[in-house]
Design a protein around this ligand. Structure first.
Ligand code: ZN
Length: 308
């Protein structure tokens, strides 16, 4: 069987939306690849993320290693602090339709990326639902239809966030880091919303870690594709659509040469949900990843297939 890879693209900031997405659309068209975009269309509060420096161990080192000011630009780093946070979707309403008309999947990546990333576990069920509702409103206002998929900012996923996705009828989410698709369990309760986790490390995590260069990262990704299970790679509009665009194009080029089959997450979710009874359940754990500051939600050990 051909190796299979989904390209999941997170768009966190106005800069990523406005400048990174068009770059990525061109690269994807060059290789005739359909991808899954997840967009945060609410306020760009990236500047507030700077305060993670004081709260999270490892964040400053990571910022310096990935040269964040070069990636995000000084303006982005002041949004929500010295500069008023701009509304991403409203600032460039042509971008989202450009994604959809080219046959890519377009889903939600929260509303206020920084609020979700930093405060998800402080939000009530209503507070989480409000974030998803605002995201859905912004999306619908631009595209004229609601999104059918969701990817949590910063891989932060809670029982409340999955309940809100279920109540709003999302068939799947991509909220965690893990190995295979599963139904997430929180305590005794199993979420009916399928989870398709990101399976590979990200470029910004590994870059500079133990001397890792972009070409070492590409080699690692291609190596992982040699196994039998489909893989999910998360890229960022601000990074792979920014200073690392050539390296990203090279990864796709090499993937095409290897005969990799690229797929959209929504299509895979549709296939998997034909036989939900075959899919496993896993707990969701708070985990640390090499090269990433703070903790993320990760897939626990596989358990018996789900009750549906
Ligand atoms: Zn993000």
């Amino acid at each position: 069987m051909a190796p299979r890879l989904a390209i999941k693209i997170d768009v966190d900031t106005l800069e990523g939306y406005f400048q990174g997405v068009p770059v990525l659309l061109t690269i994807l068209a060059d290789y005739d690849i359909k991808a899954s975009f997840f967009l945060a269309l609410g306020p760009d509060n990236s500047g507030k993320a700077i305060f993670r420096v004081f709260r999270q161990q490892g964040f400053l080192a990571k910022m310096l290693r990935t040269r964040a000011p070069a990636i995000y630009g000084l303006k982005t780093m002041m949004y929500g602090t010295l500069l008023k946070a701009p509304l991403i979707g409203a600032a460039a309403p042509g971008i989202l339709p450009a994604i959809a008309t080219r046959g890519h999947e377009a889903g939600l990546h929260g509303y206020d990326h920084v609020r979700w990333h930093d405060h998800l576990f402080d939000l009530t069920r209503e507070g989480v639902d409000r974030e998803i509702g605002l995201a859905q409103e912004a999306f619908t206002a631009i595209l004229g239809r609601p999104a059918r998929s969701f990817a949590a900012p910063g891989w932060q996923c809670s029982r409340e966030s999955r309940e809100a996705l279920a109540a709003r009828g999302f068939p799947y989410g991509s909220d965690t880091r893990g190995r295979t698709p599963y139904f997430p369990r929180f305590g005794a309760k199993v979420s009916p919303v399928l989870e398709i986790p990101t399976t590979l490390p990200t470029l910004d995590e590994l870059l500079g870690l133990n001397g890792c260069r972009p070409r070492d990262f590409t080699r690692l990704v291609l190596k992982r594709l040699e196994g039998s299970s489909p893989q999910v790679l998360t890229v960022h509009a601000e990074i792979e659509g920014g200073p690392f665009r050539r390296e990203f194009a090279d990864l796709l080029h090499q993937g095409r040469q290897m005969g990799v089959e690229f797929f959209r997450l929504a299509d895979w979710a549709g296939e998997l949900l034909l036989n939900p009874q075959d899919l496993p359940v896993s707990g969701v754990e708070s985990v640390r990843l090499p090269g990433r500051a703070g903790r993320v939600s990760g897939q626990g050990p596989l358990e018996a297939p789900s009750p549906w």
